[in-house]
Design a protein around this ligand. Structure first.
Ligand code: 4NP
Length: 149
């Protein structure tokens, strides 16, 4: 799960997908990263932590890291929050870029629509709840497609 800062959106996506994969009995290795390095080593944003906890998921143990070209080899699927993240993953990935591995996280839910998860960085708590809802629905669809249910 990849966003710009790896402190607002992708930590939520990591927490949500980890919880749903475990509940579905899937032994997936799930991680998140940011295309930028502004917050490396930091915990997720306070509002991401709060909204996750309200929804029963503790993401306080996560630490921000930057996306690397090796991630394109290490992971089978890479989900990005917006089109800028997509362009950055392509740029950072360079020779490891694989268009079949990387997609917008909302693509499975809304194929071909190019829908993005809005950045809540300058937003309010309400925006983080909105991001949670979008990502929860997206992760349900990802699990459903993977398990053919
Ligand atoms: P994220 O949000 O990409 O969802 O983690 C942001 C976090 C930090 C910044 C931008 C977006 N920043 O400019 O520091």
């Amino acid at each position: 799960m990849v966003c710009l800062g790896n402190i607002c959106r992708s930590p939520l996506a990591e927490g949500i997908l980890r919880q749903k994969a475990a509940a579905a009995g899937l032994d997936w290795q799930i991680d998140s990263a940011g295309t930028a390095g502004y917050h490396v080593g930091e915990q997720p944003h306070k509002l991401s932590q709060k909204v996750a906890l309200v929804n029963g998921v503790d993401i306080s143990g996560q630490r921000c890291r930057q996306f690397t070209a090796d991630d394109l080899l290490a992971y089978d699927r890479i989900f990005v929050m917006d089109l800028e993240n997509l362009a950055e993953v392509k740029r950072i990935g360079a020779d490891n870029w694989d268009e079949h591995k990387v997609s917008l996280v909302l693509e499975p839910l809304h194929p071909g629509a190019g829908k993005e998860v809005p950045d809540p960085w300058y937003g309010t708590e309400k925006d983080y709840h909105h991001v949670w809802e979008m990502l929860s629905e997206a992760c349900d669809k990802i699990i459903k497609e993977a398990t053919n249910r």
